[in-house]
Design a binder for this molecule. Structure first.
Ligand SMILES: [Zn+2]
Length: 391
């Protein structure tokens, strides 16, 4: 889907005839870009997320402003629940590093920002992560004899779906593990976890010598690059596409490939997600409980292990496990189609098919950032190691 370029410097003059508010540009025509601008008057903008093909409301947005040095702009969102408890995230380096504007920076769905530069400043509800960030992270690691980067398939629009394989050079392994992210395009915080996970696997002699990992960082690659919500996409999203007939190339390829690759050694499947934007059940790391009692008992075992490997900054608590039947985790949430977790639990040998929700901004009152998200990825893969060694 094409993103929009909106040059306010021209529009404002012609639509509102106000020369004072001209001079700056606001745009979203870059990977991950998403915004709908309703109105601009002087230094105030009214805007909302571009839902595109989303059923119902969702909250993802990301835009950039330049040529605004000396200006204080106020951004008013016309829909509720589109900014995190920590405010919007801001980047001064085209999306490489992000910081939250901070708790208390948003009043009545609006925030203001004073620009000290004419250079680009990006704003988003989260800390967007696209192929550009992944390439920067993974390129040096492809030197490792343990790691291979190739493509699972093409996306529906022809983009490559990256697949990272990490295994010992002789290929002899006792276990296999698959890790997926961005079944829902907007859930970018999962990719920082993945950076931590990959780094730790390559640092750990036992993991890289005994386990073959397959990591798919962007299942909905088109949605990630286009800046889509991805969640609740019409007619259904990527994580409701594991039906007899798939409508997305990536899910179809995963369904074809995983059973061939697994060879009865695929013990763990880890599907990484992010929850709703804020509020109870959405501001703590959560392992989503299965309705299958056998799987649920393995999940509870894994939760106990994760508590023991939780040495990073972001702490899990007794709220880590969300049993089936509590809050949104109920039958109604799974009527739109079969999820990856549900499908992969049927692959021979799979004992622990996990779905983990990692919040955007707040975990148990702690502020989430790129680095502590990576550290949580390390805790997570260390827990997988302990779990596998008990098998
Ligand atoms: Zn999700």
């Amino acid at each position: 889907m094409k993103t929009k370029l909106i040059i306010i410097s021209c529009l404002v003059f012609f639509i509102f005839g106000n020369i004072d508010s001209s001079g700056f540009n606001i745009y979203s025509d870059f990977p991950s870009g998403n915004i709908s601008i309703e109105k601009v008057k002087n230094d105030t903008l009214w805007l909302h997320p571009d839902l595109r093909d989303t059923k119902g409301d969702w909250f993802y947005w990301c835009f950039a402003v330049d040529m605004a040095k000396g200006k204080s702009l106020t951004f008013i969102f016309t829909k509720p629940n589109v900014i995190t408890t920590a405010g919007p995230a801001i980047s001064h380096d085209r999306g490489s590093t992000w910081k939250w504007l901070g708790i208390g920076s948003v009043k009545n769905e609006a925030f203001s920002y004073t620009f000290s530069t004419n250079d680009e400043v990006r704003f988003s509800m989260g800390m967007p992560y696209t192929q550009k960030q992944f390439d920067f992270f993974i390129k040096p690691l492809t030197e490792s004899k343990y790691l291979k980067l190739d493509y699972l398939s093409n996306s529906n629009s022809g983009k490559g779906i990256e697949r990272v394989i990490i295994k010992p050079p002789d290929g002899k392994v006792n276990y296999r593990v698959i890790i997926t992210a961005r079944h829902h395009a907007c859930e970018m915080m999962a990719n920082y976890e993945i950076e931590g996970i990959i780094g730790e696997i390559l640092n750990d002699a036992w993991l890289k010598s005994n386990v073959e990992f397959c990591i798919i960082p962007f299942v909905d690659k088109d949605g990630v690059e286009n800046g889509d919500q991805g969640k609740n996409r019409i007619p259904h999203d990527h994580n409701r596409d594991y039906n007899d007939t798939c409508i997305y190339e990536a899910t179809s390829a995963l369904k074809d490939w995983i059973p061939l690759w697994a060879e009865n050694k695929l013990f763990v499947a880890l599907d990484l997600h992010c929850p709703w934007i804020k509020g109870e059940y959405h501001e703590n790391i959560q392992l989503v409980g299965s309705s299958d009692e056998k799987i649920a008992s393995q999940e509870k075992l894994f939760c106990d292990i994760l508590k023991s490997t939780n040495n990073g900054e972001l702490k899990v608590s007794d709220k880590l496990y969300l049993p089936f039947g509590v809050d949104w985790n109920n039958t109604i949430s799974y009527t739109a189609g079969i999820t990856f977790r549900k499908w992969v639990s049927g692959v021979e040998g799979v004992k622990l098919p996990l779905s983990i929700e990692f919040p955007y901004a707040i975990n148990e009152g702690q502020i989430i950032n790129q680095e502590n998200s990576r550290l949580f990825g390390i805790d997570l893969i260390k827990a997988v190691k302990v779990y596998l060694r008990q098998q």
